[in-house]
Design a protein around this ligand. Sequence first.
Ligand code: CP3
Length: 367
Amino acid sequence: MERPENLIAENFPPLQNDTFLRAARGEECRHVPVWCMRQAGRYLPEFRETRAGQDFFASCRSPEICCELTLQPLRRFPLDAAIIFSDILVIPQALGMEIRMEPGRGPVFPEPLQSPQDLQKLKPTIDVSQDLGYVFRAITLTRHKIEGKVPLIGFTGAPWTLMTYMIEGGGSATMSKAKRWLYQNPTASQKLLQQLTDVIVDYLVGQVAAGAQALQVFESHAGCLGPQQFAEFSLPYLREIAQRVKQKLKSEGMEVVPMIVFAKDAHYALEDLSQSGYEVVGLDWTIRPQEARERTGRKVTLQGNLDPCALYASKENIEKMAKTMVEAFGRRAYIANLGHGLYPDMDPEHVGAFIAAVHKHSEEEEK
Ligand code: CP3
């Protein structure tokens, strides 16, 4: 059992490497900080061993397992940030939807929302400290056990991305069931998105209270929306989340931590995203670094964006691509990452080569 003080969100060890937080705030850094989406994942043999035979969402409920999985990549690589092991789908689950992780298929809701009447099946409100308190306990424990080596990032799915899973019942190539709602039931769609927004705000504030030092909002399914629908069904909620989380942190006397928005494949909305209240805009690999800089101006930090599949290349080529990427973004106001998460069949050594190359080539430029 954990020592009780490790489950109390105070007296955390002092932070030793603040590069990620400095870059997020646009401050000068000694090197470009780097972390990888899905850095705690099945590409690591130790991850597969810890997860073996355990139900995925049962693992998410164990602070000890979440802590161990979060720390694993830090033992291997000189990463500049950690992201808490959890999942975006814990929110629909907390709202009362049953979810299963099916090997080979991913997360599945056996009873997805089929019509606006089904919204009545969701709990109208939830108490995040009750229903998602296990995530907060995992964050607090991990923040102690990380010993101040690097900052700990908390996260959530954005309302639209959560809505797609709740309606599709699982992954989908077209998202046509969820998009049908936007065209046929816009009012019910807005109602659901607002309900999710309200939960997300409390959830993120609770993560900071528990010890998260930055927050990332994953709008992973932005790409299936066009500019019009993004403006109507995603952006207003992303904005509201940033604004209300910061307001609440301030009014509750907590530190206002940097926030990252990652709207995958939403290059059509880059200007809007850079003015949506987030310090950092995450980019997928389909956009050129120079173009992203030109379109977002100097006010935001950019994060990304190497094609994750580039890690299938040789280590020499990975180094070259990382160097080109760092040079194209420039050292200031930049956090290196991939354009999406790591895949299970990736070679940990190639992940290490990417991280080392970012550090090497971002320090060199100084000379
Ligand atoms: O290291 C990290 O990035 C932190 C952990 C993390 C997980 N999920 C763990 C996980 C994060 C940030 C997420 C977010 C998440 N979950 C997103 C948004 C990011 C993205 O990828 O766009 C989404 C869409 C989900 C939903 C989800 N969870 C899917 C589609 C899957 C199946 C993926 C697959 O390859 O099977 C999951 C399961 C999941 N979440 C795994 C991990 C490490 C793999 C399953 C396992 O460990 O058994």
